[in-house]
Design a binder for this molecule. Sequence first.
Ligand code: NDP
Length: 261
Amino acid sequence: MDKFAVFGDPINHSISPRLHNMAIKEFGFDAFYGRIHLEDGSRLKELFLKLNLQGANITVPYKEIAYEICNRIDPLAEKIGAVNTIVKKDGEIYGYNTDAGGFLKSIKFLGEIKKALIIGAGGSAKAIAYGLKDKSSEVHIVNRSQKRAENFKDFAFYTWNDYKIYDYDIVINSTSAGLKDDELPLPKELLADTLKRSQFAYEIIYNKATPFLQISHELNIDCKNGADMLLFQAILAFNRFYFNDLDEQRIESAMRKALFL
Ligand code: NDP
């Protein structure tokens, strides 16, 4: 039996086991995908090997540690400096970042993105920024503080104080503002003025009608939440577990059922 798992802290909320086990069932594989609450990130490699996992997903706060334990890193994950999918092959650990690819797949219907604004400068912002840059988009970042600016040396980086508004094809809220509170990711007036000059609003939080989505609706800006990003990162990861040999559409239809359980 092939064994897979997601590692993180916290981990109870993760729907990855549901998504992956549904795909395993669809393909009739002899496999199981579990969840592991990892309190000490330095044990990631030891546990991955000891449990004899074929592959794993890594979530907050261990994506940078996962990057460190890999023998081989995919070029996009290398730029991002974080890995959310690891796969064992010929005794080596291969690392990928499917958050970036998952995001890109979720906005494919928009066509070419010339200029994008990412609000926030955390781990997901970095994956999205490098994913968009890889597709030749110009990416700007605006964050409430300066403290993470050094992670975005390849991009125009603003804080709320020096931020200037441009016309954007897409504005992405990658912050956790609105997840457990009613906060907006940017001061209201700045955000409204930005959205009015933008074609599309994207909220990466996937399970809540956040204030960012509400204001986008009020201003009549087309928008969507992060459910497809979550789904597509899982589809890409599942295919990596099986060496990219599987039909993506078939994985998608199985996982979509799990998403709405
Ligand atoms: P991080 O903790 O790495 O980064 C959080 C960012 O949000 C920082 O830039 C922080 O600013 C900013 N921020 C937090 N609170 C506020 C606020 N009240 N106002 C303005 N800015 C704020 O988080 P991640 O990047 O890992 O995740 C962010 C969100 O994305 C989470 O809600 C997570 O659930 C969601 N997510 C969704 C995914 C999907 O597949 N749909 C995938 C991954 C994440 P500062 O630097 O000043 O502290």
